[in-house]
Design a protein around this ligand. Sequence first.
Ligand code: ZN
Length: 413
Amino acid sequence: MGHYEAGHYEAGRGRPDRGLFRRMSIALEVVATDGLARAGLLRTPHGTVETPAFMPVGTQGSVKGLTPDEVAGAGARMILANTYHLSQRPGVATVAAAGGLHAFMGWGGPILTDSGGFQVFSLGAQVDEGGVSFTSHLDGSRLRLTPEDAMAIQAGLGSDIAMALDQCTAYPIAYRDAEAAHRRTLAWAERCRAAHATAVSAGTAVNPGQVAFGIVQGSVYRDLREASAAALVDLDFPGYAVGSLSVGEPAELMAEVLDYTLPLLPEDRPRYLMGVGTPDYLLEAVARGVDMADCVLPTRVARNGTALLYPRAGGAGRLVLRNAVHAADFTPIDPHCRCDACRHFTRAYIHHLLKAHEMLGPRLLSLHNLHTLHRFVADMRGAIIAGEFAAFRAGFWQAGGGVWRRGGGADEG
Ligand SMILES: [Zn+2]
């Protein structure tokens, strides 16, 4: 993992030509396809990422409990950081003064920032055409986020990929509400596109190679998704996300939405599915042509004392190491895993750490879970390149992949 160098930014500085920026900042090269699944190389101002790629979430500018070297050692090449949290604390001015988020947090690889919209909407925001008004979770003050604000904050953070402000919707949602959210998202996307172009051409952005992605909305209504995708493609974003999925809808419905939405997006642009992070969902998303995904799941369940097991025959699912059944089990979490936790420590020891509230317990489980998920994604990529993805996918479900859908695990019956 390389370290932050200001020189990385020089190539794009002061060059307002949009096409030139795209070639220099973010580009996806599809190196293999198998069915609709694709393996690629995503070039960014902070290095190239093999796709499909899973992005761990560093909410506060840290993947909780782990150093950047540990995150990279677990297989991550690109991470996600939360604009809302960082704008609240320490504030964008501090991060910008540090030279951007890469320098501030010591992560040399690519960073994607969300728009802040998801957190803001979860705080019970009031939305109008101009933007969103909400209450700060830190001090209770009333704040406002506009599309222009979202882009200015992300420009100050200096991420490689910024996300346009969108109105994400819950599931289920009435058609008329989904339609209103889609129309608002579209109007905001145009404003974000303009605000981002202005920031880049002004030469003041912390990361002049930063690009902005648009987000397709429309909930589970096909005509809305189609209208959203078509209008965003007209705006010519360098990449596209599919939003408002993994918000409680049945897995089959998510698959259906991806089935009719992804073919509407340009083949030469990265496709990002937001908020997906279990092997079953990742597999079915990649099978439909998704290139990138993020989720807090592997690190969040680690802090709750749960290990994710690599999907294989007889071993799929989750292992709840808090459970007493592991108290005298002197085997690794997964004897096939090469992560630090599995090479050096036993289930009994990690169980003990969790019971004793030692911080090493969640740290080891976070390392293991990230390692496991990245290995699974790398294996999917290998299968796509080998032309064996269909067999890989079938094998996953035959080996008991359904255990993920039921939310159960190897020691949960
Ligand atoms: Zn492991």
